[in-house]
Each structure stands twice: as structure tokens, then as C-alpha cells.
Design a protein around this ligand. Structure first.
Ligand code: URA
Ligand code: SF4
Length: 188
């Protein structure tokens, strides 16, 4: 359907498929290596991301970056995107109809990037990608294989800001990803 990511981005910039288009400053398409083996999927832009048009540049993103540096995961090697590309008001969880309207863009990003591993950051990413019957607490830290892609659900970095005790699990989950990537010589 799309020849490259720029074509998808051009659609997102002018998209008005859901009401989130009304309040956006910038849509937040995604950032990173277009040949990434590892893709991270978050929920949706916050205030900082809406202002800059880049995912995970705010507080949660900075915390995630610190973990990446600590573990030796390079942001240049990976790709980061969100379930919805426009900021939900007051950072509320995207509604089902908003996620459904937006998901086609993410699917096309996955088709074009062809990641081997997809990291699902938090419940919204998990439920919208793998299904409503998955819960983040039970699913995190366990590999799930579907159609040749390995999925790793883990906590959303914003959850770590609210609850320090989740940091160790997040770290352990990223370590599993790093080990799998090294075993297979994936870009990391
Ligand atoms: N939270 C998300 O889920 N995505 C971002 O891009 C920033 C914060
Ligand atoms: Fe379009 Fe997605 Fe933005 Fe809704 S959130 S307007 S579907 S780009």
C-alpha cells in the first residue's frame, strides 16, 4: 500500500480520521532506524511530544533513555512509535475508536520496518496489538511469538515514574531483549 515510511508520514500529518486531530500541535509519527530489528511501541504523545513532534522526549522518555544507556541499547539502532499519533487531551488513555482509527498507520510502519522484536510499552500497546484479554502485569517479561515476530510486553516508562518498584522489572525485561538481540546479531 505504501512504498516507504515517508508516504505513511505524509498521510499522518494531514490525518483527520479521529477527533484527536483537533487539538494537536504536531502529530508524532515515529523516530529511529528504518531498518531496526527492534521496535518499541508506546501509547500516545504527551505534551512534550505534541510540542516537538517526536516520541518519548518528555520525562518518561528521558527515564527510558537512561535505561537504554545503562544497558547498552542505542536509540539509533531502534525505532519508536505510538498507538495513536496525536495527543489525547490531558494525556488520557486513547479511546478504542481512536486507537482503531490510527492503528493502520502503525501496521504499515511494522510492515515497512520489519522488526524481529516488538516491545509493547504498557497496557494500551499490549491490548491494542495482541488483544484485550492480555494484562500487562501477567504478560510482562514473557516472550509471545506471533506471525514470526517476537513480542515483549513490559511496563510503560510513565508507570515507573509513579511506582519505583516497577523499575527492576522494566530493567529485567530490557535485559531479556538485549540478550535475544545479541544472540541473533540484531541491531541494538
Ligand atoms: N508516552 C507515550 O506513550 N508515548 C510517548 O511518545 C511519550 C510518552
Ligand atoms: Fe489520525 Fe491517528 Fe491523529 Fe487520529 S490519532 S487524527 S487517526 S493520526
Amino acid at each position: 500500500m505504501y512504498n516507504d515510511l515517508n508516504e505513511v508520514r505524509d498521510e499522518v500529518i494531514k490525518c483527520n480520521k479521529c477527533d484527536l486531530c483537533k487539538n494537536r500541535t504536531n502529530s508524532v509519527f515515529g523516530v529511529g532506524n528504518e531498518n531496526a530489528d527492534i521496535m518499541f511501541i508506546g501509547e500516545g504523545p504527551g505534551a512534550d511530544e505534541d510540542r516537538e513532534g517526536i516520541p518519548f522526549v518528555g520525562k518518561a522518555g528521558k527515564l527510558m533513555n537512561q535505561a537504554f544507556v545503562g544497558l547498552g541499547i542505542s536509540r539509533e539502532a531502534i525505532y519508536i512509535a505510538n498507538i495513536v499519533k496525536c495527543r489525547p487531551p490531558n494525556n488520557r488513555t486513547p479511546l478504542k475508536q481512536e486507537a482503531t482509527a490510527c492503528l493502520d498507520y502503525l501496521r504499515n510502519q511494522v510492515i515497512l520496518i520489519k522488526p524481529k522484536i516488538i516491545v509493547l510499552l504498557g497496557s494500551t500497546a499490549l491490548k491494542n496489538i495482541l488483544g484485550e484479554n492480555y494484562g500487562i502485569t501477567a504478560s510482562r517479561g514473557k516472550w509471545i511469538e506471533k506471525k514470526g515476530i517476537l513480542y515483549m510486553p513490559t511496563f510503560h516508562p510513565a508507570a515507573l515514574l509513579r511506582d519505583d518498584s516497577k523499575k527492576i522489572d522494566f530493567w529485567n525485561d530490557l535485559e531479556l531483549i538485549k540478550k535475544e538481540a545479541e544472540k541473533n546479531n540484531y541491531l541494538i
